[in-house]
Design a protein around this ligand. Structure first.
Ligand code: PLP
Length: 411
């Protein structure tokens, strides 16, 4: 257990459950909620107003900017607040490609096949709008194929956008090397660091990052706040047009409470990163060893060593991940599959398919992700329940298959 019981009990409310879906979202840290509270009541001013109420809101926004900048060792002015990771990714891709196309002859974007939809979908939109987009493959371990990357980056590449840690497997990409490959051809480098920010140290300067996306709700902050780091002097095109907020790049009245919470969450992440990561690793290893010991036919997806400490992606042979997820949910064990609902049918995770998994194994995958408030009790509970659920579902599936095979031929 990493933190005190009082803070944990806020979430448990007495019933036994195990929240193992931190990569989807994290519980709001009570200390973050405390920071946000004044801006949800008395301090309701608009950060652009000149009076005292407005200035209180402005101060909160700028304090948050400083706290995040301190953590990342950058200048506060290099951060643009957005409504979250999705908006920051869109701004990075569209803003860079559109700006570069109007000032240079670079109209080419490079992304990997395992990016989050917040990168893949704007990339596809840019492609529809006449930009060239290359999708770089990954190895079976979930790491971007650097030779393939080198072969597609050219003098016409405007931007290489490759995520830092993958949201489904937790695998960490070699972004320093990737930035070098982009820069060697004069291209810019953006990284979606939504799943690594607060979990592992990021040295923006040393890594050679030109643009970087972060989001508050993955670090025990509120939903609906994120930011885009833009290297000083780098110009991108605004996606929205309106007031003068966020240097005209992201106009619109600031979500003061969420931004204030984001700042506090970043400060707490900076303080807790090392201890939290070690504690989470111990619990994750306990979960993994426990599952391996008690369940046969399981496969870990993605390199075990090169990943953030909180994530496990496991395929349970012979099972359907969605069915397993629903059965775990009945026991208040909360996990994810990487599947996406597209046009009414459930598609297996594009990340696992890109890593070369068969359709069947990709559909049999479950993501377990831990975080600040995960307790030993939650892991013990998950380990006590999961093996029997898996056994029951496998048995039911075998019986169903046997029944199907023994049906008279007229059926
Ligand atoms: N990028 C990655 C890697 C993510 O995991 C997520 C959210 O799951 C996003 C972007 C989107 O961030 P947000 O939910 O803040 O829009």
């Amino acid at each position: 257990m990493l933190f005190s019981d009082t803070r944990i009990s806020i979430r448990f409310g007495g019933k036994m459950e195990a929240y193992l879906d931190y990569n989807a979202t994290t519980p709001l840290d009570p200390l973050v909620a405390e920071e946000m509270r004044p801006f949800l009541s008395g301090e309701f001013g608009n950060a652009s107003s000149f009076h005292k109420k407005g200035q209180a809101a402005r101060n909160a926004v700028e304090l948050a900017r400083e706290r995040i900048a301190d953590f990342l060792e950058i200048e506060p002015g290099d951060l643009i607040f957005t409504s979250g990771g999705t908006e920051a990714d869109n701004l990075a891709l569209k803003g860079t490609l559109e700006r570069q196309a109007s000032t240079t002859n670079r109209r080419h974007l490079v992304v990997s096949t395992i990016e989050h939809q917040a990168v893949l979908h704007p990339a596809q939109t840019l492609e529809k709008n006449g930009f060239k987009v290359s999708y770089v493959p990954v190895t079976g371990d979930g790491l971007v194929d650097l030779d393939a990357l080198k072969s597609v980056v050219t003098d016409e590449t405007a931007l290489v956008s490759i995520m830092h840690a993958n949201n489904e497997t937790g695998v960490i990409q070699p972004i320093e090397e990737i930035a070098r490959i982009a820069h060697a051809k004069g291209a810019l480098f953006h990284t979606d660091a939504v799943q690594s920010f607060g979990k592992i140290p990021i040295n923006i300067e040393k890594t050679g990052i030109d643009l970087m996306t972060i989001s508050a709700h993955k670090i025990c902050g509120p939903k609906g706040a994120g930011a885009l780091y833009i290297r000083k002097g780098l110009k991108i095109k605004a996606a929205l047009h309106g007031g003068h907020q966020e240097k005209n790049i992201r106009p619109g009245t600031e979500n003061v409470a969420a931004i204030a919470g984001f700042g506090r969450a970043a400060e707490l992440a900076a303080k807790n990163q090392k201890e939290e990561s070690a504690g989470v690793l111990r619990l994750r290893d306990k979960l993994f060893s426990g599952l391996k010991e008690s369940i046969s036919g399981i496969q870990l997806n993605g390199d075990l060593g090169k990943r953030v400490t909180n994530t496990l992606n496991i395929s349970f042979e012979g099972l359907d991940g969605e069915t397993l997820l629903m059965n775990l949910d009945l026991k208040n064990i909360y996990v994810s599959t990487g599947s996406a609902c597209t046009a009414g049918s459930v598609e297996p995770s594009h990340v696992l398919i890109a890593m070369g998994l068969s359709d069947k194994l990709a559909r049999a995958a479950i993501r377990f992700s831990l975080g600040r408030f995960t307790t030993e009790r939650e892991i013990d509970y998950a380990l006590a329940e999961i093996p029997s659920i898996v056994e029951r579902l496998r048995k039911a599936s075998t019986e169903k298959n046997a029944d199907r095979h023994s049906l008279p031929s007229s059926f």
